[in-house]
Write a protein that binds this ligand. Sequence first.
Ligand code: HPA
Length: 278
Amino acid sequence: MEKENQYFKKVEETYQFLKEKVSLSPDIVITLGTGLSSLGEKVKKVKTFPYKEIPNFPVSTVETHKGELIFGFLENKKIAVLQGRFHYYEGYSTKELTFPLRVLTLFKPKIYIVSNAAGGLNLTFKSGDIMIIKDHINLIPDNPLRGINNEKWGPRFPDMSRAYDLELRELFKKVAQKLNEEIKEGVYVAIPGPSLETPAETKFLKIIGADAVGMSTVPEVIVAVHAGLKVLGISIISNVNDPDNFKPILFSEVVEQSKKTEKRLEKLIRAFIRELSL
Ligand code: HPA
């Protein structure tokens, strides 16, 4: 009880801190994952906060993630970009790692866009593919909503039947078609990490219905859905894991491949945001 009250207080405190310093109230919140920082540079910035200057924010321990919160305009829409995210494998609880997003939900944004780099399990995928997340499986042994529920933030038992908004997915596909981009769609499974999957685990993940595997995104999506936001989730398929012909998964290659795909995804997301009626 005490622990949760502390958390509620800290979220409110951080929200007040930001609100006093920036007049813009974002309609869209974006979390940029591994190697996807270039979109942040396209934002017409109103105000940028390094994470370490925001009270109560966690500090990123992964070098590929920048650690900045940007408020500004992208395609004339009011947005906040979380440049750099936190992961369960860094040692944070999912409540801690979703703290930045929870703070931003108090601005009452309507849409949450989240991207990640993921390993392909569906063997029709190839590295460099872009996948719309249509559903997820949470294998991280934690839930950011565990503990006392704050009724002001959302319901005790949030419905997850449409966690990834159908209209947003359709709009993204339409935009991709216009740009001549082939898009995949599939189920994302979140594992705790940081060790990568064994061939046997990869087989298991395929059997339970996942098309792509990664170590992020699901905790954030749970918080976003709890707060009533519509979610668009996108995975860059950085590698494909075939349990019957298993190759080592090198993190440097994951980063390199997502960097290569970054420009295409950036273009897609910008065109998508342009089409949103907010
Ligand atoms: N497994 C888990 N996480 C990942 C992978 C993978 O193969 N590729 C990128 N993130």
